[in-house]
Design a protein around this ligand. Sequence first.
Ligand SMILES: Cc1ncc(COP(=O)(O)O)c(C=O)c1O
Length: 315
Amino acid sequence: MAGGACTDPYPAGLENMYSNCRRRLQEGCKVTMVSINGSMQREDEASISVFDHGFLYGDSAYETIRTYGRKPFLLKEHLQRLSRSCESIEIAMPWGEDRFRDEMARLISHVEGDEYILRVIITRGRGRVGYKRDTTQQPTVVIICSRFRGFTEDQYLKGIRLAVVRTRRNPVECLNPGIKSSNLLNLRLAFQEAEKKGADEALMLNMDGNIAECSSSTVFFVKEGELVTPSIETGILPGITREFTIRLASELSLNAREETVPHEMLQQCEEAFITSTIKSILPVCAIDGRSFSSIPGPVTSMLMKAFDEATKNYR
Ligand SMILES: Cc1ncc(COP(=O)(O)O)c(C=O)c1O
Protein backbone atom coordinates (compact mmCIF):
# COMPACT_ATOMS: atom_id res chain seq x y z
CA MET A 1 0.00 0.00 0.00
CA ALA A 2 2.93 2.37 -0.24
CA GLY A 3 3.86 5.38 -2.30
CA GLY A 4 4.19 6.54 -5.89
CA ALA A 5 1.06 4.82 -7.21
CA CYS A 6 -0.14 7.81 -9.22
CA THR A 7 2.64 7.29 -11.77
CA ASP A 8 2.12 3.52 -12.27
CA PRO A 9 1.87 2.36 -15.92
CA TYR A 10 -1.63 1.80 -17.32
CA PRO A 11 -3.08 -1.58 -16.33
CA ALA A 12 -3.50 -3.92 -19.28
CA GLY A 13 -6.89 -3.90 -20.95
CA LEU A 14 -8.06 -0.52 -19.81
CA GLU A 15 -6.51 1.59 -22.60
CA ASN A 16 -9.09 0.55 -25.18
CA MET A 17 -11.92 1.08 -22.77
CA TYR A 18 -11.20 4.78 -22.66
CA SER A 19 -10.21 5.42 -26.29
CA ASN A 20 -13.69 6.84 -27.01
CA CYS A 21 -13.35 9.04 -23.97
CA ARG A 22 -9.94 10.30 -25.24
CA ARG A 23 -11.42 11.12 -28.66
CA ARG A 24 -14.27 13.06 -27.10
CA LEU A 25 -11.89 15.02 -24.91
CA GLN A 26 -9.69 15.93 -27.88
CA GLU A 27 -12.71 17.23 -29.75
CA GLY A 28 -13.53 19.58 -26.86
CA CYS A 29 -16.85 21.17 -26.02
CA LYS A 30 -17.76 23.72 -28.67
CA VAL A 31 -21.45 24.42 -28.35
CA THR A 32 -23.93 24.80 -25.55
CA MET A 33 -27.66 25.44 -25.90
CA VAL A 34 -30.00 26.52 -23.14
CA SER A 35 -33.74 26.14 -22.74
CA ILE A 36 -35.44 28.67 -20.45
CA ASN A 37 -39.10 27.85 -19.79
CA GLY A 38 -39.16 26.01 -23.11
CA SER A 39 -37.56 28.77 -25.16
CA MET A 40 -34.29 27.66 -26.73
CA GLN A 41 -31.38 30.11 -26.62
CA ARG A 42 -27.66 30.17 -27.41
CA GLU A 43 -25.37 30.22 -24.38
CA ASP A 44 -24.27 33.82 -25.04
CA GLU A 45 -27.92 34.95 -25.16
CA ALA A 46 -29.36 32.93 -22.29
CA SER A 47 -30.25 34.92 -19.20
CA ILE A 48 -32.73 35.01 -16.33
CA SER A 49 -33.91 37.84 -14.09
CA VAL A 50 -31.72 39.01 -11.20
CA PHE A 51 -34.98 38.82 -9.19
CA ASP A 52 -35.21 35.08 -9.77
CA HIS A 53 -34.97 33.47 -6.34
CA GLY A 54 -32.63 30.86 -7.76
CA PHE A 55 -30.15 33.69 -8.28
CA LEU A 56 -30.99 35.64 -5.10
CA TYR A 57 -31.05 32.71 -2.65
CA GLY A 58 -29.84 29.56 -4.40
CA ASP A 59 -33.53 28.70 -4.00
CA SER A 60 -33.73 25.93 -6.56
CA ALA A 61 -33.21 22.24 -7.22
CA TYR A 62 -31.14 20.72 -9.99
CA GLU A 63 -29.90 17.55 -11.65
CA THR A 64 -26.92 16.76 -13.82
CA ILE A 65 -27.65 14.05 -16.36
CA ARG A 66 -25.30 12.58 -18.95
CA THR A 67 -26.07 10.79 -22.15
CA TYR A 68 -24.80 7.49 -23.47
CA GLY A 69 -25.64 6.93 -27.12
CA ARG A 70 -27.18 10.44 -27.08
CA LYS A 71 -29.84 9.20 -24.66
CA PRO A 72 -30.10 10.63 -21.14
CA PHE A 73 -28.86 7.87 -18.81
CA LEU A 74 -31.02 6.92 -15.80
CA LEU A 75 -33.36 9.80 -16.63
CA LYS A 76 -36.28 8.41 -14.62
CA GLU A 77 -34.10 8.20 -11.50
CA HIS A 78 -32.80 11.75 -12.01
CA LEU A 79 -36.30 13.16 -12.52
CA GLN A 80 -37.58 11.30 -9.47
CA ARG A 81 -34.79 12.80 -7.35
CA LEU A 82 -35.50 16.24 -8.85
CA SER A 83 -39.13 15.85 -7.95
CA ARG A 84 -38.21 14.85 -4.36
CA SER A 85 -35.84 17.84 -4.07
CA CYS A 86 -38.55 20.23 -5.35
CA GLU A 87 -41.08 18.73 -2.97
CA SER A 88 -38.70 19.15 -0.01
CA ILE A 89 -38.32 22.88 -0.69
CA GLU A 90 -41.96 23.33 -1.72
CA ILE A 91 -41.46 24.19 -5.37
CA ALA A 92 -44.15 22.66 -7.59
CA MET A 93 -42.60 20.41 -10.26
CA PRO A 94 -43.62 22.34 -13.37
CA TRP A 95 -43.15 19.68 -16.07
CA GLY A 96 -43.78 15.95 -16.36
CA GLU A 97 -41.28 13.36 -17.60
CA ASP A 98 -42.41 13.51 -21.25
CA ARG A 99 -41.95 17.27 -21.48
CA PHE A 100 -38.42 17.01 -19.99
CA ARG A 101 -37.56 14.15 -22.35
CA ASP A 102 -38.81 16.06 -25.41
CA GLU A 103 -37.02 19.28 -24.47
CA MET A 104 -33.77 17.39 -23.85
CA ALA A 105 -34.03 15.67 -27.22
CA ARG A 106 -34.67 19.05 -28.88
CA LEU A 107 -31.59 20.58 -27.22
CA ILE A 108 -29.41 17.58 -28.06
CA SER A 109 -30.41 17.85 -31.72
CA HIS A 110 -29.00 21.41 -31.75
CA VAL A 111 -25.65 20.70 -30.07
CA GLU A 112 -22.62 19.25 -31.87
CA GLY A 113 -20.95 16.08 -30.61
CA ASP A 114 -21.63 12.48 -29.60
CA GLU A 115 -22.47 12.79 -25.94
CA TYR A 116 -23.92 15.50 -23.73
CA ILE A 117 -24.33 16.80 -20.22
CA LEU A 118 -27.74 18.17 -19.35
CA ARG A 119 -28.16 20.36 -16.28
CA VAL A 120 -31.78 20.81 -15.31
CA ILE A 121 -32.48 23.62 -12.84
CA ILE A 122 -35.86 24.47 -11.35
CA THR A 123 -35.91 27.71 -9.39
CA ARG A 124 -38.68 29.21 -7.27
CA GLY A 125 -38.87 31.81 -10.02
CA ARG A 126 -38.86 35.56 -10.31
CA GLY A 127 -40.36 37.39 -7.32
CA ARG A 128 -40.05 40.18 -4.79
CA VAL A 129 -36.92 40.37 -2.64
CA GLY A 130 -37.67 38.61 0.65
CA TYR A 131 -38.76 35.21 1.86
CA LYS A 132 -42.49 35.91 2.14
CA ARG A 133 -44.62 33.37 0.27
CA ASP A 134 -45.78 34.72 -3.09
CA THR A 135 -48.52 32.57 -4.60
CA THR A 136 -48.10 34.24 -8.01
CA GLN A 137 -44.45 33.15 -8.33
CA GLN A 138 -43.92 30.66 -11.18
CA PRO A 139 -40.95 28.27 -11.22
CA THR A 140 -38.26 28.88 -13.83
CA VAL A 141 -37.14 25.79 -15.75
CA VAL A 142 -33.64 25.93 -17.19
CA ILE A 143 -31.95 23.11 -19.11
CA ILE A 144 -28.35 23.62 -20.17
CA CYS A 145 -27.14 21.13 -22.77
CA SER A 146 -23.39 20.98 -23.43
CA ARG A 147 -21.17 18.60 -25.28
CA PHE A 148 -19.77 16.09 -22.77
CA ARG A 149 -16.27 16.70 -21.46
CA GLY A 150 -15.32 14.14 -18.86
CA PHE A 151 -12.25 13.59 -16.79
CA THR A 152 -9.08 12.70 -18.66
CA GLU A 153 -8.10 9.18 -19.61
CA ASP A 154 -5.05 9.60 -17.38
CA GLN A 155 -7.24 10.23 -14.37
CA TYR A 156 -9.21 7.02 -14.98
CA LEU A 157 -6.05 5.01 -15.37
CA LYS A 158 -3.87 6.61 -12.72
CA GLY A 159 -6.46 7.82 -10.24
CA ILE A 160 -7.15 11.14 -8.59
CA ARG A 161 -6.10 12.55 -5.22
CA LEU A 162 -8.53 13.24 -2.40
CA ALA A 163 -7.90 15.57 0.51
CA VAL A 164 -9.90 15.45 3.71
CA VAL A 165 -11.05 19.02 4.28
CA ARG A 166 -11.99 20.99 7.40
CA THR A 167 -15.34 22.07 5.92
CA ARG A 168 -17.88 19.54 7.21
CA ARG A 169 -20.87 18.36 5.16
CA ASN A 170 -23.76 20.43 6.43
CA PRO A 171 -25.92 18.43 8.82
CA VAL A 172 -29.34 17.09 7.81
CA GLU A 173 -30.96 19.37 10.42
CA CYS A 174 -29.50 22.50 8.76
CA LEU A 175 -29.81 21.83 5.05
CA ASN A 176 -30.38 18.19 4.17
CA PRO A 177 -27.65 17.03 1.74
CA GLY A 178 -30.34 14.72 0.33
CA ILE A 179 -31.89 17.76 -1.34
CA LYS A 180 -29.97 18.47 -4.52
CA SER A 181 -30.28 22.22 -4.36
CA SER A 182 -28.25 24.89 -6.14
CA ASN A 183 -27.37 26.28 -2.72
CA LEU A 184 -23.87 24.85 -3.12
CA LEU A 185 -21.57 27.01 -1.02
CA ASN A 186 -20.88 24.22 1.50
CA LEU A 187 -19.54 22.05 -1.34
CA ARG A 188 -17.80 24.84 -3.21
CA LEU A 189 -15.84 25.87 -0.09
CA ALA A 190 -14.84 22.25 0.50
CA PHE A 191 -13.58 21.96 -3.08
CA GLN A 192 -11.62 25.21 -2.82
CA GLU A 193 -9.88 23.85 0.29
CA ALA A 194 -8.94 20.64 -1.52
CA GLU A 195 -7.63 22.60 -4.51
CA LYS A 196 -5.37 24.60 -2.21
CA LYS A 197 -4.00 21.32 -0.86
CA GLY A 198 -3.19 20.21 -4.42
CA ALA A 199 -5.94 17.56 -4.49
CA ASP A 200 -8.50 16.86 -7.22
CA GLU A 201 -11.52 16.42 -4.98
CA ALA A 202 -12.51 17.20 -1.38
CA LEU A 203 -13.46 14.40 1.00
CA MET A 204 -15.87 15.74 3.61
CA LEU A 205 -16.69 14.42 7.08
CA ASN A 206 -20.05 14.86 8.76
CA MET A 207 -20.44 16.67 12.10
CA ASP A 208 -19.73 13.38 13.96
CA GLY A 209 -16.35 13.10 12.24
CA ASN A 210 -17.41 10.16 10.07
CA ILE A 211 -16.76 10.06 6.32
CA ALA A 212 -19.61 11.60 4.35
CA GLU A 213 -18.99 12.35 0.66
CA CYS A 214 -16.98 14.48 -1.74
CA SER A 215 -17.84 17.94 -3.07
CA SER A 216 -19.53 16.46 -6.16
CA SER A 217 -19.23 12.70 -5.76
CA THR A 218 -19.91 9.84 -3.42
CA VAL A 219 -17.08 7.69 -2.10
CA PHE A 220 -16.50 3.93 -1.86
CA PHE A 221 -13.76 1.99 -0.10
CA VAL A 222 -12.62 -1.60 -0.51
CA LYS A 223 -11.69 -3.28 2.75
CA GLU A 224 -10.76 -6.96 2.87
CA GLY A 225 -12.25 -7.34 -0.61
CA GLU A 226 -15.66 -5.90 0.37
CA LEU A 227 -17.16 -2.58 -0.66
CA VAL A 228 -18.01 -0.08 2.03
CA THR A 229 -19.73 3.25 1.44
CA PRO A 230 -21.26 5.83 3.80
CA SER A 231 -24.97 5.21 4.36
CA ILE A 232 -27.54 7.84 3.32
CA GLU A 233 -28.18 8.39 7.07
CA THR A 234 -24.62 9.74 7.31
CA GLY A 235 -26.03 12.88 5.66
CA ILE A 236 -25.14 12.60 1.98
CA LEU A 237 -26.80 12.97 -1.39
CA PRO A 238 -28.39 9.67 -2.48
CA GLY A 239 -26.15 9.50 -5.55
CA ILE A 240 -27.65 7.90 -8.63
CA THR A 241 -24.27 6.54 -9.71
CA ARG A 242 -23.73 5.29 -6.14
CA GLU A 243 -26.99 3.32 -6.37
CA PHE A 244 -26.11 2.03 -9.83
CA THR A 245 -22.66 0.95 -8.61
CA ILE A 246 -24.19 -0.94 -5.67
CA ARG A 247 -26.47 -2.72 -8.16
CA LEU A 248 -23.49 -3.62 -10.38
CA ALA A 249 -21.62 -4.90 -7.31
CA SER A 250 -24.51 -7.16 -6.43
CA GLU A 251 -24.58 -8.53 -10.00
CA LEU A 252 -20.87 -9.30 -9.60
CA SER A 253 -21.61 -11.02 -6.25
CA LEU A 254 -19.60 -8.37 -4.43
CA ASN A 255 -20.83 -7.47 -0.99
CA ALA A 256 -21.50 -3.71 -0.65
CA ARG A 257 -22.09 -2.41 2.88
CA GLU A 258 -23.81 0.95 3.42
CA GLU A 259 -22.90 2.04 6.92
CA THR A 260 -21.25 4.60 9.18
CA VAL A 261 -17.69 4.87 7.90
CA PRO A 262 -15.20 6.06 10.51
CA HIS A 263 -12.21 8.23 9.66
CA GLU A 264 -9.91 5.23 10.35
CA MET A 265 -11.17 3.64 7.13
CA LEU A 266 -8.72 5.90 5.30
CA GLN A 267 -5.85 3.92 6.83
CA GLN A 268 -7.52 0.51 6.61
CA CYS A 269 -8.84 0.33 3.03
CA GLU A 270 -7.06 -1.34 0.12
CA GLU A 271 -8.79 0.68 -2.61
CA ALA A 272 -11.00 3.73 -2.93
CA PHE A 273 -13.00 5.28 -5.75
CA ILE A 274 -15.56 8.01 -6.22
CA THR A 275 -18.75 8.00 -8.27
CA SER A 276 -20.87 10.63 -9.97
CA THR A 277 -22.88 11.11 -13.13
CA ILE A 278 -20.02 12.96 -14.81
CA LYS A 279 -17.17 10.84 -13.46
CA SER A 280 -18.92 7.42 -13.47
CA ILE A 281 -16.41 5.35 -11.43
CA LEU A 282 -13.13 7.16 -10.91
CA PRO A 283 -10.31 5.49 -8.95
CA VAL A 284 -8.52 7.28 -6.13
CA CYS A 285 -4.72 7.01 -6.06
CA ALA A 286 -4.10 8.85 -2.80
CA ILE A 287 -5.95 10.27 0.19
CA ASP A 288 -4.04 12.98 2.02
CA GLY A 289 -0.54 11.50 2.41
CA ARG A 290 -1.44 7.85 1.79
CA SER A 291 -1.08 6.32 -1.70
CA PHE A 292 -2.53 3.04 -2.99
CA SER A 293 -0.24 0.58 -4.72
CA SER A 294 -2.30 -0.51 -7.73
CA ILE A 295 -4.58 1.87 -9.61
CA PRO A 296 -7.28 1.01 -10.31
CA GLY A 297 -7.28 -1.80 -7.75
CA PRO A 298 -8.82 -5.18 -8.68
CA VAL A 299 -12.31 -4.50 -7.26
CA THR A 300 -12.44 -0.98 -8.71
CA SER A 301 -11.35 -2.37 -12.12
CA MET A 302 -14.13 -4.98 -12.08
CA LEU A 303 -16.72 -2.31 -11.35
CA MET A 304 -15.32 0.09 -13.95
CA LYS A 305 -15.53 -2.63 -16.58
CA ALA A 306 -19.07 -3.57 -15.51
CA PHE A 307 -20.09 0.10 -15.67
CA ASP A 308 -18.60 0.45 -19.13
CA GLU A 309 -20.42 -2.70 -20.31
CA ALA A 310 -23.73 -1.52 -18.85
CA THR A 311 -23.51 1.86 -20.55
CA LYS A 312 -22.37 0.25 -23.84
CA ASN A 313 -25.54 -1.82 -23.79
CA TYR A 314 -27.49 1.35 -23.22
CA ARG A 315 -26.15 2.81 -26.48
C1 LIG B 1 -22.56 16.42 -3.15
C2 LIG B 1 -22.67 15.41 -4.23
N1 LIG B 1 -22.56 14.11 -3.91
C3 LIG B 1 -22.65 13.15 -4.85
C4 LIG B 1 -22.85 13.46 -6.18
C5 LIG B 1 -22.96 12.35 -7.20
O1 LIG B 1 -24.31 12.12 -7.47
P1 LIG B 1 -24.80 11.45 -8.83
O2 LIG B 1 -24.17 10.12 -8.90
O3 LIG B 1 -26.27 11.38 -8.68
O4 LIG B 1 -24.34 12.34 -9.94
C6 LIG B 1 -22.99 14.79 -6.55
C7 LIG B 1 -23.22 15.13 -7.95
O5 LIG B 1 -23.28 16.26 -8.33
C8 LIG B 1 -22.91 15.79 -5.56
O6 LIG B 1 -23.03 17.08 -5.86
